[in-house]
Write a protein that binds this ligand. Sequence first.
Ligand code: NAP
Length: 436
Amino acid sequence: MRHIAIVGSGPAGYYTAEAAVKKWGDEARIDVFDMLPVPFGLIRTGVAPDHQSIKGVSRRYEKTAIGDTVRFVGNIAIGRDVSIEELQSLYDAVILATGAPKDRLLRIDGSDAENVIGSAAFVGWYNGHPEFANLNPDLSGRHAVVVGMGNVALDVARILSKTEDEFAGSDIVTHALDALRNSSLESVTILGRRGPHQIMMTPKELGELMQLERASPQVESADLPPLDDDAVLEPGMRKSVTLLREFAAIPPNIHGEKPIAIEFDFFASPKAIDVTDCRATAVVVERTVVEAGRAIGTGETYRIPADIVITCIGYETSPIEGVPFDERAGRFANDQGRILPGLYCVGWAKRGPSGTIGTNRPDGYSVIDIVDEDIGSGHRRRGREGFDDLAAERRLDIVTFRDWQKIEEAEIAAARDGSPREKFVDIESMIAARGL
Ligand code: NAP
């Protein structure tokens, strides 16, 4: 028998659990830990609430979660309730699937102003993550600046721009819907320090900006490279750039019909943030030129008014005491998933915050191949039995998958009309709901 602990119940965690079941069948017991009482990590609190088809992948994880082989151990924080060393002494392999939940920081003057918010916090707020549910961002101003040109920047710009009706069918939490309903935004500027050929946005997500009821995307034709230059791009990227060209061709009268402008500002590197009374009022950017793919400052600067700034410039893994960490890369130090004997990582905790949800599937399967090589048929550890003894001794309150199903039933019962669920946004309410 092999005893496996997976820390984190997001996509990387559950694809790894699925791979373990495929590899070992009944010859393994897999415990999937999460610090929250609810599973699915990024699917629940990262994927945009209006992208329900992507969130549907949790049904697949549910199939893995139900049964005796894989067990969900919610409401247990590794490092707080139980140490990594303790887990390692109980399980043949401990696999960290903890993602990259911390914002990479924009380290410029003024970036600590109270209305400069990282995407982990902002996305966590509209998705009801307990850590960020009380963020209460001030959306009463007219101008938002979104830093970064990846898919998270697109999510944020789109969520800021949608009407209440456009959230029908989504599971955006009510506190966010209320705040967005009362917002007075007129512009959302998306800042890229490089050019149209260097965006990290994918076509489907970019195309959604064309469908918005009250916002229209704007690109300056002068920022676009000559059309022939697109020939060198790989097909997905070429589609994205073609969409930018379509945005540039939208006639001015269409922009006039829509109250919110989503402006793409290319070749604009944030240099400082003007702050008055602890609040950002403008972002100072430096014009760049792109040489050999790198943004080079020209010395020319200008200001973009900002009543709120949301940085969408990537994420980092949270370090865990005793686990080697690669500070520069912002993830665990590892060699193809191996950190130390018996300790592994997978997903964003292994390779950094890139790729789609599906990218974690091969990652999960490959880490299980490696674990299989390393542990053979197991080392007669005590596994979940030993963990349960420890949990009882410490009076830890484990939330099981069956408990989660009750929490989910309560969330579904509380849903607004047309919405799949109304999430509990604090840990106490989640835990209380299992007894309803
Ligand atoms: P990302 O794709 O890596 O984009 C980060 C952006 O931030 C880049 O445009 C980058 O510009 C910019 N940036 C970084 N540091 C900066 C700085 N100091 N100043 C200005 N700009 C800076 O990251 P992401 O948007 O957080 O997305 C993470 C992953 O999740 C991606 O793989 C993404 O595709 C995925 N995701 C997918 C979906 C979806 O499929 N619907 C939705 C959300 C996220 P440079 O390129 O110049 O460094």
